[in-house]
Design a protein around this ligand. Structure first.
Ligand SMILES: Cc1ncc(COP(=O)(O)O)c(C=O)c1O
Ligand SMILES: NCC(=O)CCC(=O)O
Length: 431
């Protein structure tokens, strides 16, 4: 037995399913999750000392690669001053100022400890601000695991086949209207009926929790226009896309200004952090300025602020996101060429440093149905072949892939060599 197998057996004794988040359980691909003990640059190293080129990046935060020395140093320096005070720090102001300067739609920002808290709080705020109860989300989008958002959700909920989770009272779910992603017609039709009852529309501006589905031309623009028309708060959930697809997030990439935005992952540099913010008039509804309550013992934690600030400063250098995007394009082009050469139907999607891989004969991937029509069984085999070849992809056909600035020519070649072998094996087993 491998160390990971032994550790996974041990883990299951006192940890449900042996994991602290279901997406780690390999349920979507089968087999035993790898247990990691170290990570550096573009690599994760498992308990059996095997190295993998990592395209998960802790599900998004590790845009600089793992264990970036300047981020680690920032945390070490802060460590000498204590772990948490539960009182304001200068670091939090520096963080708020930096976020608001990098993302122009943000007038004010509140730090929290996860993406889930960020979206949950932003929705409460939108409801408090508008005095309306119902929210709109899109099928296959994931916004964390709070009750009103676990309806037709993506990510692990989709992978495990429970997109609408038991435990969410039906009465809560009735306040969540779920519409098809990239279908502006459906949004217009719904709002023509119930526009006056909708507090907010929350959307992943690039859907990254049903694999990776870019917004169709006009979709985000249409949401902006519809929200303006009906007095609805437009929330961009940029927990995944924020600081990744562009320094200013998807809103900068697509040049659309939401009313509120949520961030997580990169903003904490690998520490547990999220935040939400946006228009001053809305944010002033949050306690202690306003009546909408929201709080957190560890919110704005100094170690987390130190890691996040160091990360945001490093990724602010000119050319950073272009470099990342170029690596990602080369990766996808190389994969496509090798799939084509092997005669395997294969489609990729990309927005900056986020990508999707599909075993599909479709021309393009635009809808949730397009995603569901791709061959998830083939992905499972591809996943394990890539793993054998030293490449760690997200263990589900319904997750986006991420690149980091630490990925370079060596990692590209290793990945493409592994893929060439994997595609050949896939071809052999079908012919
Ligand atoms: C778009 C999006 N929103 C919200 C979340 C929830 O964030 P967290 O897992 O930090 O609670 C995630 C990922 O988990 C996400 O991808
Ligand atoms: N795309 C999936 C996530 O980002 C979430 C990770 C987790 O829930 O552990």
């Amino acid at each position: 037995m491998s160390r990971s197998e032994i550790l996974f057996n041990d883990a299951q004794k006192h940890i449900p399913g042996g994991v602290n988040s279901p997406v780690r359980a390999f349920k979507g691909v089968g087999g035993t999750p790898l247990f990691f003990k170290h990570a550096e640059g573009a690599y994760v190293i498992d308990e059996d000392d095997k190295r993998y080129v990592d395209y998960v990046g802790s599900w998004g935060p590790m845009i600089l690669g793992h264990s970036h020395p300047e981020v680690l140093d920032a945390v070490r320096r802060q460590l000498e001053h204590g772990l948490s005070y539960g009182a304001p720090t200068a670091l939090e102001t520096e963080m708020a100022d930096l976020i608001c300067s990098l993302v122009p739609s943000m007038d004010m920002v509140r730090m929290v400890s996860s993406g889930t808290e960020a979206t949950m709080s932003a929705i409460r705020l939108a409801r408090g601000y508008t005095g309306r109860d119902t929210i709109i989300k899109f099928e296959g989008c994931y916004h964390g695991h709070s009750d009103s958002l676990l309806v037709k959700a993506g990510s692990g909920a989709l992978t495990l086949g429970v997109p609408s989770s038991p435990g969410v009272p039906a009465a809560f779910a009735t306040h969540t209207l779920t519409l098809p992603y990239n279908d502006l017609g459906a949004v217009k039709a719904a709002l023509a009926e119930v526009g006056q009852e909708i507090a907010c529309i929350i959307v992943e501006p690039v859907a990254g929790n049903m694999n990776c589905v870019p917004p169709a031309p006009g979709f985000l623009e249409g949401l902006r226009q519809q929200c303006d028309q009906h007095g609805i708060v437009l929330i961009f959930d940029e927990v995944m896309t924020g600081f990744r697809v562009a320094l200013g997030g998807a809103q900068a990439y697509y040049k659309i200004t939401p009313d509120l935005s949520t961030f997580g992952k990169i903003v904490g540099g690998g520490m547990p952090v999220g935040c939400f913010g946006g228009k001053r008039a809305i944010m002033e509804f949050i306690a202690p300025l306003g009546p909408v309550y929201q709080a957190g013992t560890l919110s704005g934690n100094p170690l987390a602020m130190a890691a996040g600030l160091a990360t945001l400063k490093l990724i602010s250098r000119p050319g950073f996101h272009q470099e990342l995007g170029e690596y990602t394009s080369q990766l996808l082009q190389g994969l496509q060429e090798r799939a084509d050469a092997a005669g395997i139907p294969f489609v990729t999607t990309q927005v900056g440093a986020m990508f999707g891989l599909y075993f599909s004969g479709a021309d393009d991937i635009v809808t949730f149905q397009d995603v569901m029509a791709s061959d998830a069984e083939r992905f499972k085999r591809f996943f394990h072949l890539m793993l054998e070849g030293g490449i760690y992809l997200a263990p589900s056909a319904f997750e986006a892939g991420f690149t980091s600035i630490a990925h370079g020519a060596t990692e590209l070649q290793t990945t493409l060599d592994a893929a060439e072998h994997a595609f050949a094996q896939l071809k052999q087993s079908t012919s």
